[in-house]
Design a binder for this molecule. Structure first.
Ligand code: GLU
Length: 428
């Protein structure tokens, strides 16, 4: 394996496969990946799977799947930490032989000097000192011979030639121990960068309570990977004080650790929704349709996608808003009661006749015919449009009514209006 001195940057993402890939983990992966791409370095994936109960193949697959969806391609790996147990043991034996470690009731402990301190140079936090007085000789191997976490991480980072360790701030307290293991092995520490914690909008540590908390959930909620990448890049970093929308190429070019903040970043799903909406509007309609078809597992959504595009913030917004353009939806009874009151039948009949007698069923003709009815009845536009909307969409929420009618076509529109009229004629 390449050593850290060959000049090129080598970074790693080292998740423990405990289930879904959380937003914090995705950000760590993204920052590592951006730097590797910017510097022409290597992005290594190491699976920290020494907890055999939790590290199931399904959990590992979830991480790989989330990284694929985010399009963070891996240069090396996945490397299993568990499979490296013999190598960890070898280094434990070497530390014992060199006198840096000693046995204690079957376990092995690393000798920590009684005085002085270990200073961690952190690109984001500056120098962080850990006085040795507060660090005991710590266990690096259990009495069954297996390595402990800090030993395994240090040995793996060294063997894999990792030049920069970029990870969540929750690992800062492990860092002096890992640096001491490296020193005892005669190696110099990598560059460390501990990323800010993530909070929800209530300033508490990010968790499920704050909405979609994992990459998988964001995907199911209908976010686009390019929008997620852009948004999570901004959780603790910014190109400058104002730039929000950045392509992946711009992120790669602009990203740097020295603009990563120390203070916690706030995950705001509302902001992600808003950003996602803009990414959605910029997709070519055929591309939007492809993404919708993949998410919903059905074909033939292009026309409906084009009509709904302006109003969608996520892919998941599509079906409740525009599913009626694809197939008839059940009538929302609350909406029906609200708009099908006094006079609705007469207005809807007039709408039916107007639409049936149009020479050309295009948006302009439909709009002028329906607006003509508004004038004829002397009512507010919604008195004419809402009964039509509920008749064709089943609810009072839809894309623009004229576009919707065009997209549905004359026959289908009239069929649904007739059914609504029949129901108005014989109330249940
Ligand atoms: N496996 C650790 C985690 O999932 C990360 C360890 C590291 O990056 O050094 O939190």
């Amino acid at each position: 394996m390449a050593g850290p001195d060959n000049g090129s940057m080598r970074v790693r993402f080292a998740p423990s496969p405990t289930g879904a890939l959380h937003i914090g983990g995705a950000r760590t992966a993204l920052y590592n990946w951006l730097l590797a791409r910017k510097e022409g370095g290597a992005f290594v994936l190491r699976i920290e799977d020494t907890d055999r109960d939790r590290s199931t193949p399904e959990n590992v697959e979830q991480i790989l799947d989330a990284l694929r969806w985010l399009e963070l391609d891996i240069d090396e790996g996945p490397i299993s930490q568990a499979e490296r147990a013999p190598r960890h043991r070898e280094q434990i034996d070497r530390l014992l032989a060199d006198g840096h470690a000693y046995e204690d009731e079957g376990a092995v402990r690393l000798r920590v000097p009684g005085e002085g301190e270990t200073v961690v140079e952190d690109v984001i936090r500056g120098q962080v000192s850990f006085p040795h007085a507060s660090i005991d000789d710590f266990v690096i191997a259990r009495s069954d011979g297996s390595a402990l976490y800090n030993l395994a991480v240090a040995v793996d980072d060294l063997d894999m030639g990792i030049t920069h360790v970029i990870r969540g701030a929750d690992h800062l307290s492990n860092t002096p121990r890992q640096a001491m293991v490296l020193k005892a092995l005669g190696a110099s520490p990598p560059v460390y960068a501990h990323l800010p914690l993530l909070h929800g909008t209530d300033h508490k540590k990010l968790s499920k309570r704050h909405g979609a908390a994992s990459v998988q959930e964001l995907r199911e909620a209908g976010y686009l990977p390019e929008a997620v990448r852009n948004y999570i890049a901004l959780l603790g970093w910014g190109l400058d004080a104002s730039t929000t929308f950045m392509t992946t190429e711009q992120l790669i070019e602009g990203f740097s650790l020295d603009r990563v903040s120390k203070s916690p970043a706030t995950f705001e799903e509302q902001k992600l929704r808003w950003m996602n909406g803009r990414y959605m509007r910029e997709l070519a309609p055929s591309e939007l349709a492809d993404r919708l078809e993949a998410l919903l597992g059905r074909d033939g959504l292009e026309d409906a996608a084009a009509v709904a595009q302006e109003k969608l913030q996520t892919l998941a917004d599509f079906w409740p808003l525009a599913g009626f353009l694809v197939e008839r939806q059940p009538i929302d009874e609350g909406a029906w009661k609200k708009v099908m009151g006094e006079g609705a039948r007469e207005r809807l009949e007039a709408v039916r006749d107007a639409l049936a007698s149009l020479d050309s069923f295009d948006q302009e003709s439909i709009e002028s015919a329906l607006r003509g009815l508004v004038d004829r009845f002397g009512v507010k536009p919604k008195e004419v449009f809402q009964p039509l909307r509920v008749a064709i969409a089943g609810s009072t929420i839809s894309p623009g009514i004229f576009e919707s009618v065009v997209a549905l076509g004359r026959e289908e529109t009239l069929g649904r209006v007739d059914d609504a009229l029949a129901r108005l004629a014989s109330p249940a």
